[in-house]
Structure formats: C-alpha cells, structure tokens
Design a protein around this ligand. Structure first.
Ligand SMILES: Nc1nc2c(ncn2[C@@H]2O[C@H](COP(=O)(O)OP(=O)(O)OP(=O)(O)O)[C@@H](O)[C@H]2O)c(=O)[nH]1
Ligand SMILES: [Mg+2]
Length: 269
C-alpha cells in the first residue's frame, strides 16, 4: 500500500487531468497496484470546489479521499496529510502532475534497495525538464539552490513536487516540522538527515503545467525568508540531538533510529 498526499489549493482545473493520468499509468505500468495506491487530497480554503471535484474522481483503481487543513500553505497541507497516513510507504506529489508518474517505479525501487527517502529531481544528470519559467525565476531558483545546499547535504533539487518516504520516518519527521509555506521540503529533508535517513535523489521527467499556485513575486521572498527560519530550527535540532547522544563510542549493536530496508515494503514484492 502506498498513500499519496496531494496538496491542493484551487486545483479544480488541474486535478482531474492528474488523477485520470495516474489511473491510466497504473493500468499500463503496474496493474497490480490498482486499489493499492491511495490518494489523499489536502485542501484548505479552495473556493473553486476542489474538494468536490477530488471526491468525484475516486475510483476503485485509485481511491481518493479528501482532508481539510485549517492552516493555509502547501507545507501545512502536506504535513496534515502525511500525519493522517498509516501506510509503510507514503508520498507527496503536486496536483499539476508535472512529474512523470514513472517516478513512482523508480522511487519504490530506491526504497527497496535501502533508501529511506526517494526524491524526484530536475537537477541531476538524466532529468528532462520542459519549463516555462522566466529568466528571473530561473535566477531566483539558482540562488535558492545555493542556499539549500547549505542546509541539506548532497541534494541538488529540494523543491521538486515528488517525494516518497518510508511511512514511519515520514510521520516522525513531519510531526516536528513547522514550515507552512513552499520551503517546507527543505526543513523535511534536513530533519530526515538529522535522524540519519538516507535520501536517494533520482532524475525525473518534468513538464510544466500552466496554472502554478507559486507566485514568484509573493512566494519568492517568503521562501527565502523561510530558509532563514529553517536554518535556525535545524541548528537547534542538531544541538538537541548532540546533547542526547552519549560521548561514549557508538555501539554498533544499538538499534538505528531509521529501520533498515524491509523487503515487504515493495509494492510488487
Ligand atoms: N492545500 C494547499 N495546497 C497548496 C497551497 N499552496 C500550494 N498548494 C499546492 O502545492 C502544489 C504546488 O504546485 P504548483 O502550484 O504547480 O507550484 P510549484 O510546483 O511549486 O511551482 P511551478 O514550478 O510553477 O509549477 C499544488 O498541488 C498546489 O495546489 C496551499 O496553500 N494549500
Ligand atoms: Mg508545479
């Protein structure tokens, strides 16, 4: 079972295409996943009937349920969704369906091989990106990546809207996460690394879908400001973790915080 959280704010236009494409992709690529991949749409204050549209799109192949999150922001919505999951494998993906669903196959394979988190990336070799972003937004994204590289180790693209986690780890990380806006991915990945989680970043095919909810003028500055808060939170969390770890040499028999790969996680095992 994999539970997929989809944050959705005024997505009545883009969500139907995404969920229909997901259903046909499962039918073609993984018929055995039918009914085993559940979608949880997390809406807050949409004014275009997103929640009703989502409910109407539920099928036995891809069951869809809707959760209302009182706190605004993509980060708050994803957090509410992940904390409502119970599965061994959980994911969050954007409502626009910009990332090709083949990423699910790759992510599950990375987790089967031992990764704790598998994230889609538009910045590693092999990725294909068809974007419409302006030059200004591209320069902003480059500066943003320069900042995030100081907070999350060895991850080139923290912001791709496609991430899969071992369920218990995701729930543990999101329980401590505070960032409600677009930069929440950075806090999530940073906190996961503090717990010793391994993150596999793999290339995806990403095609821009018009209708973005990210407004560079409004959300751009906020996203940079959120990074400053995240840097402080991660530093504090790191100090707390260091205080908890005894100075004695590490005993190799101590149970790790993140459990090792388990074969029964694989959907198609
Ligand atoms: N529930 C909820 N979802 C949100 C909110 N803000 C954004 N989202 C969702 O977060 C996802 C962000 O995807 P996009 O709108 O494509 O923005 P983006 O992928 O960051 O930027 P682009 O590169 O321009 O596509 C979408 O599924 C949005 O509906 C919010 O305040 N509440
Ligand atoms: Mg998008």
């Amino acid at each position: 079972m994999i539970q997929v959280v989809v944050p959705a704010y005024n997505e009545a236009q883009r969500l139907p295409r995404t969920l229909v494409l997901l259903g046909s992709w499962i039918g073609e690529a993984h018929p055995d996943w039918a009914g085993r991949l559940e979608v949880l749409v997390v809406d807050n204050a949409s004014t275009d009937g997103t929640a009703d549209v989502a409910r109407m799109l539920s099928t036995p192949q891809v069951p869809v349920s809707v959760l209302h999150c009182p706190e605004p922001g993509k980060g708050a919505a994803v957090r509410a969704g992940i904390l409502a999951t119970t599965a061994d494998l959980v994911a969050f993906v954007d409502a626009d369906g910009a990332t090709s669903f083949d990423a699910f196959t790759q992510a599950v394979e990375h987790i089967r091989r031992g990764a704790d988190v598998a994230i889609g990336s538009r910045a590693v070799s092999g990725s294909v990106t068809m974007a419409r972003h302006s030059g200004l937004r591209e320069r902003g994204a480059a500066a943003y990546r320069w900042c995030t590289a100081r907070l999350v180790e060895d991850v080139r693209d923290t912001q791709c809207g496609f991430k899969v986690f071992r369920g218990p780890l995701a729930r543990q990380v999101f329980a401590d996460t505070h960032t409600a806006g677009f930069s929440f991915d950075v806090e999530v990945l940073g906190r996961a690394q503090l717990l010793g989680a391994s993150i596999a970043e793999f290339p995806v095919t990403w095609v821009d879908v018009p209708g973005s909810t990210f407004d560079p003028a409004r959300h751009g500055v906020q996203s940079f400001a959120q990074l400053a808060g995240i840097a402080l939170m991660l530093r504090r969390a790191q100090r707390r973790a260091q205080r908890r770890v005894p100075a004695a040499p590490v005993d190799a028999s101590v149970t790790p915080l993140v459990p090792p790969a388990s074969a029964d996680l694989a959907l198609d095992a």
